[in-house]
Ligand binder design. Structure first.
Ligand SMILES: [Zn+2]
Length: 731
């Protein structure tokens, strides 16, 4: 999975402009967070760093990771963990360790699907080999399966339920069709809704099983030329995936909120809220077609029609199928590889980075493009270290396992080290897939959007522009094409940010943002990509379509490293809290827009946003003045930096959002579909018209804003050399 699959791409504004005005007046040549002197040194380090990654090495590493299927828990994926550890030690990383977590296993033993009426059809559940791609012949390629499906056997009628969302079943009911005891055939949808949400919906509707297929309209021939002649999904491609209800709680379902270290306490699987209670199987359109074309019942509505050359019907009793799925649910180890480059001056302040290693099959894009970029990132960091250049703060880098199953490796690791991360972590930078094309998307919490955009100005895009200019052009093009959300069009003029600050779930940043309260960033280069989670997402696909020259892989290594090195070397951390305040105001405006709030008073929140914004502006000015002076006492810097690190932690509510205690962040959450959800506790209460809860959630937000405004004011006073009370910073 990846960040971008967490919902529609939403581009928002930030207060970047106001910050530029402030900083331009002082140190035009300085990098955000650096004194003029350390800016010059940082630029030299970055130039050295950027010269190390090469497209040839990116390609060589990519081939190693895509040579064999390497699903979570498999022998090959575990061998790759060892390979990474060995490489990292050779590259010069410090303290490389492999951490083991024993988790609930979900591997396919067998699956079969047969249509028994009105005609017989045995589903292939396999992907066809291609003459032009020897990898597609690999006998280790799995058949069709979905992680966390239950085992079972059923014979029942099949009905067509469109995207499998609640409104789809409502329409079926209106047509007199109940799905109770039947098999629901649904399609992957555009815009994306997470297949686990489709499974939960089918389960709630009383369906006995869910089949989910890839309609050519979504990612196949209706979009463009298919594999092997183009990037889109061919007739037999199967989108595997997990259906874990990780929108309730991610990670091992039997250890919600604590780490699955060997011997850990485990709850029964029946009690696990993130474990589905329904059988589910993915299909290629080749296998879905016989079911769809034999259905009777009413003609499906226009927007339910798909790309296959016949009229889709809702179904009745005519099509019957026999489905049997056997899973192996034994406990199995997942392995997280962890390495670091110890900081030379501030070893107990950490910049954390990660990419997941496990893939549904070869993982050409998802995730092995990102893994290749990570290996070049670590090689370059190791080279710097060998030249005597260590970052000031510690860089921690992790290869996650089982991301595809339930964000499992990162969640367990994060749960294991929560306390330490809350003390030490500056930020987390996630790269899932690094490249399926040339269009850059950068996500960040709004306090880091200005530093991200500044960083992209210092990097060269293969198109010959700066990465910033290429990013801007692609955002503008998407806006014209209507791909960006409506929020974008509300932009003013010069002050628009390119950064996507609406962060849902769907990749390994989740535990760090939503459970631990760390600022997060995530990067990806995107393009036409119709083979997601299929066997055709492989080395050949990347070399023909995604990134044939491996230049975007290389640029990703450079961007990832430069961003990390800026966070690791900054004199004063480059947070912009005025920008954060502006972004939160937008969230509140959107929540209030066009809704009857039933006397829910948002004015106290708006007042606190104003205070937080004002405090952020003063802080920006004070920070810039201090940096421009070039004179910063290390003790002062340390207390300011730790104060700034506390801001994100202060957005956590220990009780979590109502009904989902694991998700503690009050600004960011995800809907069950994975779509981003801002002000999650408050928004969901308003949508349910649960006014007592809405009032309570509004007060929680108000108090967090107040606390952070107060914290920033304290820090600004400290910058001016005025006394402060330490106790107010540490609660
Ligand atoms: Zn992924």
């Amino acid at each position: 999975m990846n960040l971008l699959r967490s919902g529609t791409v939403a581009i928002t504004l930030s207060a970047f402009f106001s910050f530029c005005v402030v900083s331009a007046a002082h140190a035009q040549t300085s990098i955000l967070g650096f004194t003029p002197l350390s800016s010059a040194r940082q630029s030299q380090i970055e130039t050295k760093f950027k010269s190390i990654p090469s497209p040839e090495e990116e390609r060589r590493q990519h081939r190693i990771f895509t040579a064999e299927p390497h699903v979570a828990g498999s022998k090959r994926n575990n061998e790759l963990a060892d390979y990474i550890a060995i490489e990292w030690r050779k590259q010069g990383l410090d303290e490389v360790v492999i951490r083991r977590y024993d988790v609930y296993g979900t591997n396919p033993k067998s699956a079969s699907l047969e249509m028994i009426a009105p005609v017989r059809y045995q589903a292939t559940l396999r992907e066809a080999a291609l003459d032009s791609d020897s990898d597609s012949n690999n006998p280790a390629i799995s058949g069709a399966w979905l992680g966390m499906s239950i085992s079972g056997e059923v014979t029942a009628p099949v009905i067509y339920a469109h995207s499998g969302n609640p409104e789809d079943y409502a329409l079926l009911r209106k047509n007199g069709i109940s799905v109770k005891g039947k098999i629901a055939l649904v399609r992957y949808s555009n815009p994306y809704s997470y297949r686990g949400f489709k499974a939960l919906t089918a389960q709630r509707e009383g369906a006995t099983a869910m089949l989910v297929y890839s309609d050519p309209q979504e990612d196949g021939y209706k979009k463009g030329t298919v594999v092997p002649d183009g990037p889109w999904g061919p007739e037999y491609h199967i989108q595997r995936g997990a259906i874990t209800y990780d929108f309730m709680v991610p990670g091992d379902p039997q250890t919600p909120g604590w780490a699955s270290v060997p011997g850990a306490n485990r709850i029964p699987i029946e009690d696990a809220v993130s474990a589905p209670k329904i059988m589910a199987l993915p299909l290629s359109w080749h296998d879905a077609k016989p079911f769809l074309e034999n259905m009777d019942g009413p003609v499906a509505p226009k927007d339910w029609q798909g790309g296959l050359p016949f009229e889709y019907h809702l179904g009745g009793d005519r099509v019957k199928a026999h489905l049997k799925i056997e899973m192996d649910n034994g406990l199995q180890p997942y392995y997280v590889v962890e390495g670091r480059i110890r900081g030379s001056e501030l070893p107990d302040e950490w910049v954390v980075m990660g990419n997941h290693r496990d893939a549904w099959v070869f993982g050409g894009v998802d995730p092995s493009s990102g893994t290749a970029s990570m290996m070049e990132l670590t090689r370059a960091l190791g080279e710097l270290k060998k030249q005597g250049i260590r970052p000031r703060r510690t860089l921690v880098v992790c290869s996650w396992d089982g991301e595809e199953v339930g964000l499992t490796g990162s969640t367990e690791w994060g749960e294991q080290f929560t306390d330490e991360l809350r003390q030490k972590a500056v930020a987390y930078i996630n790269v899932d897939s690094s490249a399926s094309g040339p269009d850059f998307t950068g996500q960040a919490v709004a306090s880091l959007a200005p530093m991200l955009e500044e960083t992209t100005r210092s990097l060269n895009d293969p198109s010959g522009r700066t990465l910033y200019d290429a990013w801007k052009a692609s955002v503008e093009r998407k806006k014209k094409e209507g791909n960006a959300s409506a929020q974008f069009n509300r932009s003013g003029a010069a002050n628009q940010s390119l950064t996507d600050t609406r962060i849902g779930s769907g990749s390994d940043h989740t535990v760090f943002l939503n459970f631990i309260g760390m600022p997060v960033l995530g990067f990806e280069f995107d393009g036409d990509y119709g083979v997601y989670h299929s066997a055709y997402d492989d080395f050949l696909w990347m070399n023909h379509f995604g990134d044939p020259g491996y230049k975007y892989h290389m640029l990703m290594s450079q961007l990832w490293g430069v961003t990390a090195l800026r966070l690791a070397n900054a004199d004063l951390l480059p947070f912009d809290f005025a920008s954060y305040a502006t972004n939160i105001r937008q969230f509140v405006d959107e929540l209030a827009k066009g809704k009857d709030l039933n006397q829910l008073d948002l004015n106290p929140i708006r007042k606190e946003i104003d205070s937080f914004e004002a405090a952020g502006k003063v802080m920006n000015e004070s920070l810039n003045r201090k940096l421009a002076s070039g004179q910063i006492d290390p003790k002062l810097a340390s207390s300011l930096n730790h104060g700034m690190m506390q801001v994100e932690r202060n957005w956590l509510n220990p009780d979590g959002i109502p009904g989902r205690p694991w998700f503690k962040h009050i600004l960011y959450g995800a809907r069950f579909t994975y779509a981003h959800l801002e002000l999650p506790g408050l928004t969901e209460a308003v949508e349910k018209q649960d006014w007592p809860t809405a009032k309570q959630q509004a007060e929680i937000l108000e108090h967090a804003l107040e606390k952070n405004a107060h914290l920033l004011n304290e820090l600004s006073q400290r910058l001016k050399g005025q006394p402060f009370s330490a106790s107010q910073l540490l609660n």
